[in-house]
Ligand binder design. Structure first.
Ligand code: PLP
Length: 333
C-alpha cells in the first residue's frame, strides 16, 4: 500500500546535503557520511524544522493564530517554533522550564529576538507542562484566539512524518551518488526523529539499520516511547509499517553526566571535529551521539568497511551558553 503523507508546509531548505566526513574514517576502516540537517534553515537550524513542516500545516488547517509549545530554557525546538511563528504570522507562546536568567544567551536570546511570549515554569511544574499549555490555550480561546499546542520536541506521531520524508530524500540522494549506506545514526532526545527514521526506512531504505544514541533516558524507556509514537502514527496515517521490537536499536551508555550536562571529553571532541572538519556539533545532542558513535566504532560494533550516515540534527545555538566550559589551550586530541 502506498504511503500518503499528511499535508505539509515547506519550511526547510531541502534537500540538505550528504557529505563525506573525513574524521577518523580511514583509521577505522569505516565510510563515514553526514546528513547535514543542521542546514535545514539558518536561524531555525536542525531536525525540528522537518517535524514542524507537518505540524504547522495542521495548525493552518485548524485555523490557529497562536502556537503554544514547551521545552527547556535552551530548547532548540522552542527557538525553531518561535522563528516559524514570526515567519508565518502566528503569535508564539513558549512555556520554558527554568528560571528567567540574568543574561539571555543562545536559543533563549533568539526566542526573545523573534518576539515570542515566554512563560517560565519551575522544574516541579514541568511534569504538568501539557496541562499548563492547555490552560493557557483555554484562556486564549476566551479572547477569541485559536491556539494550537505542539508537544515537547514536536515529538508526536504527526511530527515524526518529517523523518519519513527525510528518509525518502536520503534514498534519492544516495541513488544519485551511487552510495550504499548500512547504518543511519542519530541522537535521540524524545524519540520522534528515530520513530520517523524507522518508519521511513521500512518504506524506502529497508537495507539501512537505524541506531539512536540516547542523550537522556535508557533503552527501555525509549523502546516503549518509540513504539508508542509508531503506533500513533500508524493510526494517524492509516498505514502499517511492520516494525519489530528488534528493529528499534537504542545505545544508552553515552548520556555522560546527564541531559544537557557536558563532560570535558565531549567538549574536546566537539572542538576537535570543528577544527578538523568545519562541522559544528552541539553539546546536548549531536556531540554526545557522535562521541558515542566513535566509541562504538572503536569497540567494533560496525563491520569493517561498513558505511555509516550520521544525521546532524543541529543545535548550534546551544553551544553559546556553554562557552565558558571550553578549554582552548589544551593540546589537541
Ligand atoms: C531535539 C533534538 C534532537 C532529538 O530529537 P528527538 O526527535 O527529540 O529525539 C537531536 N538533536 C538536536 C540538535 C535537537 O534539537
Amino acid at each position: 500500500m502506498e504511503f500518503k503523507y499528511p499535508s505539509r508546509v515547506s519550511l526547510a531548505h531541502l534537500p540538505t546535503p550528504i557529505e563525506e566526513m573525513n574524521y577518523h574514517g580511514k583509521d577505522f576502516k569505516i565510510n563515514l557520511y553526514v546528513k547535514r540537517d543542521d542546514l535545514t534553515e539558518c536561524g531555525a537550524s536542525g531536525n525540528k524544522v522537518r517535524k514542524l513542516e507537518f505540524l504547522f500545516a495542521e495548525a493552518k488547517e485548524k485555523g490557529a493564530d497562536t502556537i503554544i509549545t514547551c521545552g527547556g530554557v535552551q530548547s532548540n525546538h522552542a527557538r525553531v517554533t518561535a522563528l516559524f511563528c514570526a515567519r508565518l504570522g502566528y503569535k508564539a507562546i513558549l512555556v520554558l522550564r527554568g528560571e528567567k536568567p540574568k543574561e539571555y544567551d543562545g536559543n533563549l536570546f533568539l526566542d526573545m529576538l523573534l518576539g515570542s511570549d515566554i512563560r517560565y515554569i519551575t522544574r516541579n511544574e514541568w511534569p504538568c507542562r501539557d496541562s499548563i499549555m492547555e490552560r493557557i490555550g483555554k484562556e486564549l480561546a476566551k479572547t477569541s484566539h485559536t491556539p494550537y499546542i505542539i508537544p515537547e520536541g514536536a515529538s508526536n506521531p504527526l511530527g515524526s512524518a518529517g523523518y519519513i520524508f527525510a528518509i525518502e530524500e536520503i534514498k534519492n540522494q544516495l541513488l544519485e551518488k551511487n552510495i550504499r549506506i548500512d547504518y543511519i545514526v542519530c541522537s535521540t532526545g524524545s524519540g520522534g526523529t528515530q520513530a520517523g527514521l524507522l518508519m521511513g526506512s521500512k518504506l524506502f531504505m529497508p537495507e539501512a539499520k537505524i541506531i539512536g544514541f540516547s542523550v537522556c533516558d535508557n533503552e527501555k524507556y525509549f523502546k516503549a516511547k518509540i513504539r508508542e509514537l509508531i503506533a500513533g502514527a500508524e493510526k494517524k496515517f492509516n498505514h502499517d509499517f511492520f516494525i519489530k521490537d528488534e528493529d528499534i536499536t537504542i545505545v544508552d551508555g553515552y548520556m555522560g553526566r546527564g541531559y544537557a550536562v557536558s563532560r570535558i571529553e565531549e567538549l574536546e571532541l566537539i572542538h576537535d571535529v570543528a577544527r578538523r572538519t568545519g562541522i559544528i556539533l552541539d553539546p546536548v545532542y549531536t556531540g554526545k551521539a557522535f562521541y558515542g558513535l566513535l566509541e562504538e566504532i572503536r569497540k567494533g560494533r560496525f563491520g569493517k568497511n561498513s558505511s555509516i550516515l550520521f544525521l546532524h540534527t543541529g543545535g548550534i545555538y546551544g553551544l553559546f551558553p556553554k562557552k565558558s566550559e571550553f578549554i582552548f589551550d589544551r593540546q589537541a586530541l
